[in-house]
Design a binder for this molecule. Structure first.
Ligand SMILES: C[S@@+](CC[C@H](N)C(=O)[O-])C[C@H]1O[C@@H](n2cnc3c(N)ncnc32)[C@H](O)[C@@H]1O
Length: 269
């Protein structure tokens, strides 16, 4: 199964609705907001900064950036017309943010149009990573900054013991949902090849609160994929999901979802 975020424009409308809700739900998690605010605070926004978010989904990151002092205008580009519709609806009260349907590999903007480009949980889902980074480099003004924030999916875990059986579902989720689980491990090389000057990588380890644990959903998804592929029985898939619920009920659930942020300069053309 391909990464669903890599082709949201052509996804089933019911799936798009589920993902739109999940993106908004994730954006409301205080620990997610803290990570966003942490890396945004490391950016230098010039006065009346022009900011582009590539892969803006339903727009929560753009809404946060639009509320920062000094930010002039924020544009979100997103391939899914339905995500763009939701983003425009939710942001209707903000006059310095707008959303457009588009693809990060072929942006409609002129060279040097932006001071900051943000990619928030985008690149791990994108097959054409070099094309998206090349376009970001083109539209960023000289001296502008690229901010990349993404999960280290390869290190995400729910293990509470050696050979924890639930980890099989996490592996299936990674295989079926994340185009590149190792993205952050070659990110410095990628942005350097695209012509940027990367600063240090910063890690943001997120031990999820059980009542906000997105990795519970990964167990359900992974178990479902394993059963649908005939690799396990429906009974075993149900047992995996039941074990996750048992841990939640017993107060023994643990999930770790690490993230990384990297800020890189567009030094010159
Ligand atoms: C995990 S979501 C993140 C959305 C948003 N940045 C947020 O954090 O709420 C990834 C988004 O990237 C979009 N996307 C995938 N491939 C893209 C591409 N080539 N160019 C622009 N956006 C893309 C998807 O449609 C999806 O909305």
């Amino acid at each position: 199964m391909p990464d669903m975020f890599s082709d949201m424009a052509n996804a089933d409308p019911a799936i798009v609705k589920v993902f739109a809700d999940r993106l908004e739900e994730r954006a409301r998690v205080p620990a997610q907001q803290a990570m966003l605010n942490d890396y945004l605070a490391r950016l230098d926004f010039p006065d009346r900064a022009r900011v582009l978010e590539v892969g803006s989904g339903t727009g929560p990151v753009c809404r946060t950036i639009a509320s920062l002092d000094g930010v002039g205008e924020v544009v979100g580009v997103e391939p899914s017309a339905e995500f763009v519709r939701v983003a425009n609806e939710v942001s209707s009260g903000l006059d310095n943010v707008r959303f457009e349907v588009g693809n990060g590999s072929a942006l409609s903007f002129d060279d040097d149009s932006f001071d900051v480009v943000v990619m928030h949980t985008l690149l791990s889902h994108v097959p054409d990573r070099s094309g998206v980074l090349a376009e970001a480099h083109r539209v960023l003004d000289t001296g502008g900054q690229l901010a990349v924030f993404d999960a280290d999916f390869a290190a995400s875990t729910v293990s509470v013991m050696a050979d924890d059986p639930l980890e099989r579902c996490i592996d299936a989720f990674r295989e079926g949902f994340v185009h590149d689980p190792y993205l952050v491990r070659h990110l410095v090389a990628d942005v350097t090849s695209a012509g940027f000057e990367p600063g240090p990588m910063v890690s943001h380890g997120l031990v999820e609160r059980p009542d906000e644990a997105f990795l519970v959903g990964w167990i359900e998804f992974g178990a479902g994929v394993l059963a649908a592929d005939g690799r396990i029985s429906a009974e075993l898939a149900n047992a995996y999901v039941a074990e996750a619920q048992r841990r939640l009920d017993a107060g023994t659930w643990f999930s770790f979802w690490p993230f990384v942020s990297l800020i890189a300069r567009n030094g010159s053309r």
